[in-house]
Design a protein around this ligand. Sequence first.
Ligand SMILES: NC(=O)c1ccc[n+]([C@@H]2O[C@H](COP(=O)([O-])OP(=O)(O)OC[C@H]3O[C@@H](n4cnc5c(N)ncnc54)[C@H](OP(=O)(O)O)[C@@H]3O)[C@@H](O)[C@H]2O)c1
Length: 498
Amino acid sequence: MELNKSIIASLENKCILVTGSTGFLAKLFVEKILRTQPNVKTLYLLIRATDAASATRRLHDEVTSKEIFKVIKETYGDKFNSFMSEKLIPVAGDTSLENLGIGDAKMREKIFRDVDVVVNFAATTKFNERYDFALGTNTLGPKNILDFSKKCVKLEMLLHVSTAYVCGEKAGLILEDPYKMGETLNRIKTVLDIEMEKKVIEQKLEELRAKQLSKKEETKAMKELGLESGARMFGWPNVYVFTKAMGEMPIGQWRENLPIVIIRPTIVTSTIKEPFPGWVESVKTVDSYFVGFVQGKIASFLGKSKTIMDVIPGDMVVNATIAAMLAHEDQPNSRFMIIYQVGSSNRKPMYCSMIKDYAYNHFVNNPLMSKNGEPIKVVKPYHFTSTNSLQRYTDLKYNLPLKGLRLAYAILRHDDGGFCNDMERQLKFVTKLAKLNEPYLVFREGTFDDSNTEKLRISVKSNVKEENIFYFDPESINWDNYFMNIHLPGLMTYVLNN
Ligand SMILES: NC(=O)c1ccc[n+]([C@@H]2O[C@H](COP(=O)([O-])OP(=O)(O)OC[C@H]3O[C@@H](n4cnc5c(N)ncnc54)[C@H](OP(=O)(O)O)[C@@H]3O)[C@@H](O)[C@H]2O)c1
């Protein structure tokens, strides 16, 4: 792999199909390309929608009108809208369906003729998603994208965005290795059959519908199925990483001659530099802790002090993605498949307990305002080193007294103690958050190998003019500065609107 020409020059006249563009990373990807190479030919943006009109509406409401495009807006002024509509073509579709659900045959044919690269960001990123939804988008989606890509006559490659946590709870140095079809992480349950999983889901849905359950009950049952009979059965900690791991398998198995790049980012956080520092869109993984803490819903911290936590700013992930996409463009029909793990743990590790210090030190001086305009006070968090010790503490300090109070109210006042509900909801929230994040935020004993990514980095750095444009070197990050002066202020501004 060599990047022996300019990335910016390579982007000129490119035609790219991008999925997941109403999401965080794809938006950054689209923005970066348009800002650095306005002569890119076309970006077809596949947007989940029933028809062209609603795809166009979503493109405006959820993509181009967002603050992330403000730098381009400033550059183009009143020509912004015409520039965007010249470059961006919204396509109504759904990756969980055959032909990506693109019903408009003319549009499909046009894409088959035009595109040079397909980039798949689409995913359902909820850790506790329903099994049917997660399998549909995260596992069958990549297979549909592969089949679709094979029909694109001049395609140079398919780039699929996965996650580094497809490794489950493996420890040690986690390599940039592909999954084989049917591989599992469970020593007893060693064979995984995606077709069989589809059938299990269909059967379960039939069963649930025969019982005429409410939508809420059906969702609960489908989430349980994904976690218990799916993820945990085969050795993954949640349905998200399980279905993402399965999503890599068909690509590897059935790619034939199509060149494939798989990007596996770790935990993606706000932009460190471009288009401006601190941009983040929603609350995911590590930000659930920060938001719960600043809202006063979490007053504890769960994690071993020396556990490494792997986070990486979104703009670095996107720069690596663009570089990887172009590093291989001169190798059509070379049948390669290469994986890039994009994270920080192997080069500039940050430790789990730093999160607790950043949260307290930042929010004690920059509190969130409550609805009635009062600052929400934060306290120095208790530190627990296991979910069991957290559970014991909450049982003793809260659950038991709450049970006692309810009993006393029932005996003395014939009252169900409804005032306890709020407190119990908060306790459930903390326990759920801890359980969801425990496997890979808190007790991970692994770091991610990034040898391929490092080679790519060296290659980009050889172009002096572009190394500062397509930067993705975690060694350049000062974590204290990033979290205290960029990420947490960004979270407050762009997510909590404080
Ligand atoms: N953010 C992270 O920390 C992180 C870390 C590692 C890997 N990744 C991976 O990076 C990729 C992008 O992540 P993100 O954070 O940008 O995700 P995101 O903000 O949750 O966006 C996901 C996007 O996928 C779209 N999508 C979901 N199901 C779809 C379907 N069936 N058909 C078409 N589009 C569909 C969503 O569209 P709707 O708006 O219609 O829902 C949305 O545009 C994902 O593959 C994720 O697994 C993310």
